[in-house]
Design a protein around this ligand. Structure first.
Ligand code: PEP
Ligand code: MG
Length: 893
């Protein structure tokens, strides 16, 4: 018999937190909490495999499962002394999703299940509060009709607003039992009218309807989008948790709240949370009422008048605080908790590893090492490499005057500037047009996820630090300000009204400061972040753990300096062609390309030589003795030539030739497929004088830079697009000859290596032969991906997203290495190359050198270094460390 259901409650549980794959995050942690003896309402978890069964069997559930659920409910009845669908103490249930990875707000939930026209009376008697019972019933109808029956919850909100107005009430809390009963009647009538069926009265019908709906919500569009964005596999499915309800809305001694054991924004070691008195859980996360702080310290810091839980419910607070400490020590990580206080009694509803900003993650990891909770290696593995990007966000220059037009809570750090837009669709559209926007909403909901992703920053006028906008923005690393109560969004007129009535229209520019909560008018000067403190400590630990070195792809002094400040240990790729585009160099380059014979070319090259040399001197000086790989000219020459008629006319004039003549020359070097044409080492073979000039510039610069810095340059000259050993031999001869000349002229011996890019399948296959000449290999995985797949790297965007959507491929192979194909060629080349030359240096310099998954592959394949763009250097350092730890401990991350 398959075990579909795991029970928990009464100090026991059938599952454990390690069973997360089957029980989902929520179920596994509920089981763990129950087994730790914490106060958890009893319940059961239906395993995630049932989700796959459900979709594979035309949305049916196995009979065995049904029986197991009913047995579980019988156990819950016993533990609570209540009866599901019965009298005098009805048992109400919550039905919640719970996937392996947290997907906040993406799937559906049904609360208060089991209420009907009879049990509502029993609940009222039992609680001694008819108002509460009818309020719960109307909440249940609203939620169930929305989630299970497919009626938009806004219709119910409209009815409620109308009825409130009719009764002369402002707040939901003003409605009496009789008035709620009246609202329930209207709700039920509306359902009949809209759907032609009545609201189900049988609690078992309700139960199976809700379970099916929660499974179905695994495939709703927003859940699918979330999975794509977070790379969560569809086949995982969701588990479903069925749990006895406890009530935070049973009067003033009841409450519901959420908390983090440390501050999720800063990482500070202080309990941090929000609660609402006399409310149900959804009210807190929905951001409809602005919640109160649970601690006095938090209340004082926010300047709120509303009392803290610490003051209001000292006993429940003390117990909660003690549990927080226990759970944090047990899981050895910061926890995100949900709780309810029902008439003074504390119940724990959830614990999980808390989402946090990268800054907070750094601080928490570093602090936990100091507290002896985790090791340095564990700390290194606690940070997701791509999230370091958040730390590289600019912040507002503190020296500038701020024109503050509003302020709210600092929900996600970093500053962002953009045009105001009011809908997610506008944000997506703007991003497609290359415009930067701030998404301004009263509050956000999971439907806005696309727009939130497309925006530079998010501003809401409602909600707290745990509102949807705050949680999602932090996860995405997007600056965010929430609950800006001093501002107002007028959706009808599409304006944002700030302090002193200042009005901003769609398209006006604002800046938000997600670290202070301020909203500023216009664009504001920004500064780059300081990468020291916790960041410095953690990166130093990472550096101790890693085996591969991390270099950068840089061809300008500015990039090289930035990369050094991020910890690059050399240059793995200097694309020299980028140096020819600047200022008046392009003109000389054109002279060289358009020259009719070698003499003409040499004359132009002589003008380029000092320019190249001075560039190299600067790069070598910045790198101060670290290895620098300079690649000879790679792209086809026509890339440097004018394209439009007007450009051709301009250039012809500057060069003293007729536009017609110039057009003919351009025509003569036109290629049908330049990516596979006259480029790379083929240029150096056709026009060795170009390689000669470049080699001379490199060697002369090396001699000069060594004098300036006192450190000899660790020089590597790289030949691109080689597929035959004879190609490399030819170009190496040219390089060696120039080296000899420069050494003689300068009287300085020159040390250098000559190597090649491995970026063509033939080169990978013939690596053992090429390695007889090459002293190093650098895998050019951009071209290697292009040529292995036969997909043009410039045209791939037209169909790769369709491939991903249709499940033909999972990842874009130009972003994350195709391990099976391109990866196989890399392994083969590394192995064959090293066989021929055992000290062959191996690196990677394609875009994949900054992609964490690809970096793991490089570690596994025994490469010596990865090279990536400057801003990805910290990401690569951390990923390389995690890869090395994973390999050592046999725990691939
Ligand atoms: C490559 O092909 O991976 C590479 C690094 O070279 P480029 O992108 O300049 O072609
Ligand atoms: Mg290339």
């Amino acid at each position: 018999m398959t075990k579909w259901v795991y029970r928990f409650g009464g100090g026991e549980a059938e599952g454990r937190s390690a069973d997360v794959e089957r029980l989902g995050g929520k179920g596994a942690n509920l089981a763990e909490m129950a087994s730790l003896g914490l106060p958890v309402p009893p319940g059961l978890t239906i395993v995630a495999e049932a989700c796959a069964f459900y979709f594979d069997n035309d949305k049916a559930l196995p009979e065995e499962l049904k029986a197991q659920v009913l047995e579980g409910i019988a156990a819950m009845e016993e533990l609570t002394g209540r009866t599901f669908g019965g009298h005098p103490k009805p048992l109400l249930l919550s039905i919640r999703s719970g996937a392996r990875a947290s997907m906040p707000g993406m799937m559906d939930t049904v609360l208060n299940l089991g209420l009907n026209d009879e049990t509502v009376q029993a609940l009222g008697h039992d609680a001694g509060d008819a108002r509460f019972a009818w309020d719960s019933y109307r909440r249940f109808i609203q939620m169930y009709a929305d989630v299970v029956m497919g009626l938009d919850h806004e219709v119910f909100e409209e009815i409620l607003e109308d009825e409130k107005a009719r009764f002369g009430h402002e707040y939901d809390t003003d409605l009496s039992a009789v008035e709620w009963q009246h609202v329930v009647g209207i709700y039920k009538q509306m359902i009949e009218e809209e759907l032609g069926e009545s609201f189900p009265q049988d609690p078992h019908v309700q139960l199976w309807g809700a379970i099916a709906a929660v499974f179905s919500s695994w495939m709703n569009p927003r859940a699918k989008t979330y999975r794509t964005l977070h790379r969560i596999p569809e086949e995982w499915g969701t588990a479903v948790n069925v749990q006895a309800m406890v009530f935070g809305n049973l009067g003033s001694s009841s409450a519901t709240g959420v908390a983090f054991t440390r501050n999720p924004s800063t990482g500070e070691r202080a309990l941090y949370g929000e609660f609402l008195v006399n409310a149900q859980g959804e009210d807190v996360v929905a951001g409809i009422r602005t919640p109160q702080s649970i601690t006095e310290e938090g209340r004082l810091a926010s300047g709120s008048e509303k009392p803290s839980m610490e003051k209001l419910m000292p006993e429940a607070f003390a117990e909660f605080k003690e549990i927080c400490g226990r759970l944090e020590a047990h899981y050895r990580d910061m926890q995100d908790l949900e709780f309810t206080v029902e008439r003074g009694k504390l119940w724990m509803l959830q614990t999980r590893s808390g989402k946090r900003t990268t800054r907070a993650a750094m601080k928490i990891a570093v602090d936990m090492v100091a507290e002896g909770l985790i090791t340095e290696e564990e700390a290194v593995c606690r940070i997701e490499p791509p999230s370091l990007d958040q730390l590289l966000h600019p912040t507002i220059d503190p020296r500038v005057e701020r024109h503050v037009i509003g302020s709210g809570l600092p929900a996600s750090p970093g500053a962002a500037t953009g045009e105001v837009v009011f809908t997610a669709e506008e944000a997506v559209q703007a991003e497609a047009e290359g415009r930067k926007v701030i998404l301004v909403r009263i509050e956000t909901s999971p439907e806005d996820i696309h727009g939130m992703h497309a925006a530079e920053g998010i501003l809401t006028t409602r909600g707290g630090m745990t509102s949807h906008a705050a949680v999602v923005a932090r996860g995405m690393g997007i600056p965010c300000v929430v609950g800006a109560g001093s501002m107002r969004v007028d959706m009808r007129n599409e304006v944002l009204i700030g302090v002193a009535g200042m009005t901003l229209k769609r398209g006006d520019t604002i800046t938000i400061d997600g670290s202070s909560g301020q909203v500023l008018e216009g664009a504001v000067p920004m500064i780059q972040p300081e990468l020291s403190g916790d960041f410095g400590k953690l990166m130093a630990w990472a550096d101790k753990c890693r085996r591969m070195t991390v270099r950068t792809n840089a061809d300008t002094p500015q990039d090289a300096r930035a990369a050094r400040s991020f910890g690059a240990e050399g240059i793995g790729l200097c694309r020299t062609e980028h140096m020819f585009f600047e200022g008046d160099r392009i003109q000389v380059m054109r002279e060289m390309i358009l020259a009719e014979d070698e003499g003409g070319r040499r004359a132009a090259l002589a003008k380029l030589l000092p320019m190249q040399r001075s560039d190299f001197v600067e790069l070598f000086s910045i790198m101060h003795g670290l290895p620098v790989t300079i690649r000879l000219l790679d792209p086809p020459l026509h890339e440097f030539l004018p394209k439009t008629e007007a450009e051709i006319a301009d250039v012809a004039k500057a060069m003293g030739m007729s536009p017609a003549f110039l057009a003919r020359r351009i025509d003569a070097i036109h290629e049908f497929n330049p990516m596979l044409g006259h480029r790379g080492c083929r240029l150096a073979i056709s026009y060795p004088e170009i390689a000669e000039m470049q080699a001379r510039a490199i060697f002369e610069a090396a001699v000069e830079a060594a004098k300036v810095t006192g450190e000899p340059v660790e020089l590597e000259i790289m030949v691109p697009l080689v597929s035959l050993r004879t190609e490399l031999d030819y170009v190496k001869d040219v390089i060696d000859r120039v080296a000899e000349d420069v050494a003689k002229e300068s009287g300085t011996p020159i040390h250098y290596l000559v190597g090649t890019m491995i970026e063509l399948p033939r080169a990978a296959i013939r690596a053992h032969v090429i390695a007889e000449t090459a002293e190093f290999f650098s895998f050019g995985t951009n071209d290697l991906t292009q040529t292995t797949f036969g997909i043009s790297r410039d045209d791939a965007a037209a169909f790769i997203p369709t491939y991903q959507r249709k499940g033909i491929i999972e990842h874009d192979p130009f972003i994350s290495l195709d391990f099976d194909g391109v990866g196989e060629l890399i392994r083969l080349a590394a192995e064959r190359g090293r066989k021929a030359r055992n000290d062959l240096k191996l690196g990677i310099c394609g875009e994949h050198g900054g992609d964490p998954a690809s970096i793991h592959f490089c570690e596994d394949s025994g490469l010596d270094y990865v090279s990536c763009s400057p801003f990805r250097v910290p990401i690569a350092r951390l990923a390389a460390a995690q890869a090395a730890i994973g390999k050592r401990t046999g725990d691939p991350l």
